[in-house]
Design a protein around this ligand. Structure first.
Ligand SMILES: [Zn+2]
Length: 312
């Protein structure tokens, strides 16, 4: 992680549902703003050009409010849910913000604010935030964030491994069931269609016809609703499939699972552990440490803030 300094850093975590902004001094969150920006719905309701302008204006206004309050902020980084070309900064695709194509959030916000704003894939940002929070764990770290979609990131040798084109570790789009439900990425049966908050609501609706949020399905499962329990058990199993596939290739020691869905982890844990142990190659089975995010889901903001600082 970057050397300690007294500079303040601003990190944003853009989700399909929530927009969060955090002001950090080193690793400490000094102040947070969180609100439902519903960017996913904006993209579904408006033509892409109009949706983009709305997203830009809402995000810029939120950043400016923080800058007005903390003029000593030195760097601004954003974790954004999409495939972002690291060279051009263009968004190649965002499965949960449909219609957005070849837009450049970093450039457009920098122009609006008159300040440099850097944008990273949200999974990469969260992976880096977790890595920096965990006192530099040895052996690398794989992150899976379960939110509106599923983000992923890998930190090895202290650096985010973004891949040749910037699209590495798209864990949420590993296919775990051929001919499974259609995904926003255009394929079918991605793990995101089982273990994201969106998928948990949809899969419960498929079984029962009732449209509920993941949180509501979780409450029902805790009260003994068998169909709700089976949706979470399937989520745990499919997530483990995707993580085992990844670990069998990258062989890192630490797995951190974050995002809003981890509040229901107890409903997923048994099926997750069973499938992970089954699908991992034997030599890795007792060597991987799986933990839930200890950052209170702040890793995305923290990682974006820190990455912006070292990327300037
Ligand atoms: Zn997908």
């Amino acid at each position: 992680m970057p050397e300690s300094s007294t500079a303040l850093r601003l990190g944003l975590d853009v989700g399909g549902t929530n927009l969060r902004l955090g002001v950090f001094s080193n690793l400490t969150l000094l102040e947070e703003t969180r609100f439902q920006a519903n960017y996913s719905n904006i993209c579904k309701q408006y033509p892409p050009g109009e949706a983009w302008q709305q997203i830009l204006q809402v995000t810029a206004k939120a950043i400016q409010a923080m800058l007005d309050k903390h003029p000593e902020i030195q760097s601004i980084g954003i974790g954004f849910p999409g495939f972002i070309n690291p060279k051009s900064g263009l968004l190649a695709q965002s499965p949960n913000l449909p219609g957005l194509l070849n837009v450049n959030l970093g450039r457009d916000l920098s122009q609006l604010l008159g300040r440099k704003v850097l944008v990273f894939n949200d999974g990469n940002a969260a992976a880096y935030g977790e890595y920096c929070s965990l006192e530099l764990p040895a052996g690398g770290l794989l992150y899976a964030g379960l939110g509106t979609g599923i983000g992923g990131g890998l930190v090895a040798n202290g650096k985010v491994w973004a891949g040749a084109h910037g699209y590495a570790l798209e864990l949420g789009h590993l296919i775990v069931e051929h001919d499974g439900p259609e995904c926003g990425c255009g394929n079918r049966g991605c793990v995101e269609q089982y273990a994201s908050a969106t998928a948990i609501g949809k899969n419960y609706a498929r079984q029962t016809g009732k449209q509920l949020s993941a949180h509501e399905v979780s409450t029902l499962a805790s009260q003994g609703d068998k169909q709700a329990q089976s949706v979470f058990a399937l989520a745990g199993e499919k997530l483990a499939q995707a993580i085992a596939l990844t670990l069998n290739i990258v062989d890192v020691e630490n797995v951190v699972i974050g995002g809003g869905v981890v509040s229901s982890w107890a409903l997923m844990e048994a099926s997750f552990i069973y499938r992970l142990q089954t699908d991992l190659i034997r030599v890795l089975r007792d060597k991987v440490k799986v933990s839930l995010s200890s950052s209170g889901d702040n890793a995305g903001m923290l990682g974006a803030a820190l990455l912006a600082d070292i990327s300037v």
